[in-house]
Design a protein around this ligand. Structure first.
Ligand code: CU
Length: 175
């Protein structure tokens, strides 16, 4: 009951905000030859009902899927999910090692400094198109199969902002 009242209050106070906000989005840079990337973002739900991300689309890759990661037998695996819930008056972070929008079959390498546009479709019928910068992404996201990526992800190469750049340009990740 308390929770309900709180939600009602929050809902009233955010009456003039958009129902859904997508913030701080970025796309993982890829060295040449790596066919997949991912988009990350914070999705904020300003309504008093759960809203789910149902679908993502982009023309940078052949396929776009909603993914998450989980640890199984000590190995981080990622798999497709049908939707990503964003709680009422809450946020869901899509970040390395967790939920992400998977870009599969890139038409070209994603270079730091460039941008990617993608669209999210939500369960309340809204769609939001986001243009996000391409950045080097640390850790978490790296698939165990991507050995080359791991040295990058573990921070050996890119533990500072500037050092990241060499990671993204493939100097670290492609050797
Ligand atoms: Cu994925």
């Amino acid at each position: 009951m308390k929770k309900f009242l709180l939600l009602a209050l929050l809902s009233a106070s955010t009456l003039f905000a958009s129902n859904i906000e997508v913030k701080d989005s970025y796309i993982r840079a890829t060295p040449p030859g790596l066919p997949n990337s991912a988009a990350f973002m914070t999705v904020k739900n300003n309504t008093d009902k759960t809203i789910a991300v149902l679908k993502a689309t982009s023309d940078v890759s052949k396929v776009v899927e909603l993914h998450t990661h989980s640890m199984k037998d000590g190995v981080m695996k990622m798999y497709q999910v049908p939707k990503i819930d964003v709680p009422a008056n809450g946020i869901t972070e899509l970040k390395p090692g967790g939920f992400h929008v998977m870009l599969i079959g890139l038409h070209k390498p994603l270079k730091v400094g460039e941008e990617v546009t993608y669209t999210l479709e939500f369960s309340n019928g809204e769609t939001i198109t986001i243009t996000a910068p391409i950045k080097t992404v640390m850790g978490g996201m790296m698939n165990k199969n991507m050995k080359k990526g791991m040295s990058c992800g573990s921070g050996k190469c890119g533990s500072g902002m500037k050092k990241d750049m060499s990671c993204g340009s493939g100097k670290c990740g492609s050797n």
